[in-house]
Design a protein around this ligand. Structure first.
Ligand code: NAD
Length: 298
């Protein structure tokens, strides 16, 4: 089955996801506000259109992959936006990582127009987006997820139906809390080891084969020379930008407030990631080690 799929937000993650839809034979109508991303998308067979509303026009599925809740509101809750141009019985799949309240507002706006909405944030990073092996955490109706499963199967390897509207965002927030605190813990370990005379390589050899091993260590190792593709080996060019992790740890705190709960470890992690994001939010989040290590400069 060939579908027309609108795609808004052709950035680090959105572009490779959209390319996989093209490779699978679908017609993809894309929109982004950054010329460089638009050009890359065009080179990869995505039909570029001048607005989000036009990306949705004639499409049965609209995917958004935007940085923050504000961008999602701006795009999806605009009066003359894509919800007004999507085909009847179309589905909006918002893959951005955003706050639960905005996500639920999008579900409500869709319901008022008879448009189905799924919140479907992802995990797996740029590698997963490129290889089509992302994990999707989905909130919304199980029947709607069923009808859109073919789209998830192209972009990902695993789809977990988490529950009703916003449930995907709740799951993603919890995942980011674990990711961010683990990243800070791994960074602290490297700085402590160095100050006590243990080399990066020795620590990596031990951690990677011991109970301190983690996905973060193997994918976002904060010291250069240890994991070939890690951002640390590429001057911390962003695989996952510090500004986005700062946002996600902020979302975790907001979510915890709403649940009358205090996040002790995540709060400390957020303060450190915020310091990095304030100086250079475009750096990879693993550059947080430079905030922790007094010998380093951001
Ligand atoms: P990004 O900043 O690289 O891409 C976002 C894109 O949205 C940009 O190209 C930007 O120009 C575009 N955009 C912004 N406002 C727009 C608008 N009004 N209309 C059209 N386009 C607009 O971010 P990313 O790394 O691709 O992340 C996207 C989302 O996915 C974020 O919520 C992030 O937290 C989440 N995420 C990222 C990763 C990762 O490893 N990068 C992993 C999992 C989840």
């Amino acid at each position: 089955m060939t579908s027309t799929i609108g795609f808004v937000g052709l950035g680090t993650m959105g572009l490779p996801m959209a390319i996989n839809l093209v490779k699978a034979g679908h017609q993809v109508r894309g929109f982004d506000v950054v010329t460089e991303q638009v050009e890359k998308a065009r080179e990869n067979g995505i039909e570029i259109v001048p607005s989000a509303a036009e990306a949705a026009s004639g499409a049965t599925v609209l995917i958004t992959m935007l940085p923050k809740g504000d961008h999602v509101r701006q795009v999806l809750l605009a009066d003359d936006g894509p919800l007004s141009t999507l085909e009847p019985s179309g589905v909006v799949i918002d893959c951005s990582t955003i706050d639960v309240a905005t996500s639920r507002a999008v579900h409500e706006a869709g319901a008022a127009l008879n448009i189905d909405v799924l919140d479907a944030p992802v995990s797996g990073g740029v590698g997963g987006a490129t290889e089509g092996t992302l994990t999707f955490m989905v909130g919304g109706s199980a029947e709607v997820l069923d009808s859109a499963q073919y789209v998830f199967d192209i972009m990902g390897a695993k789809t977990v139906h988490c529950g009703g509207p916003g449930a995907g965002q709740v799951a993603k927030t919890c995942n980011q809390l674990v990711f961010g605190t683990n990243l800070v813990a791994v960074s602290e370990a490297f700085v402590l080891a160095k100050r006590l005379g243990l080399s990066d390589q020795k620590l990596f050899d031990v951690l990677s084969t011991s109970s301190g091993n983690s996905w973060v260590l193997n994918n976002f190792c904060p010291r250069p020379g240890l994991v070939g593709f890690a951002a640390a080996n590429n001057d911390y060019a962003p695989r996952f930008a510090a500004a986005l992790l700062a946002k996600d740890l902020g979302l975790a705190e907001t979510a915890a407030d709403s649940a009358s709960m205090e996040l002790h470890v995540a709060k400390s992690a957020r303060e450190l990631v915020d310091q990095l994001a304030l100086v250079n939010g475009g750096l990879d989040c693993s550059a947080v080690i430079k905030v922790i290590d007094p010998d380093e400069q951001i």
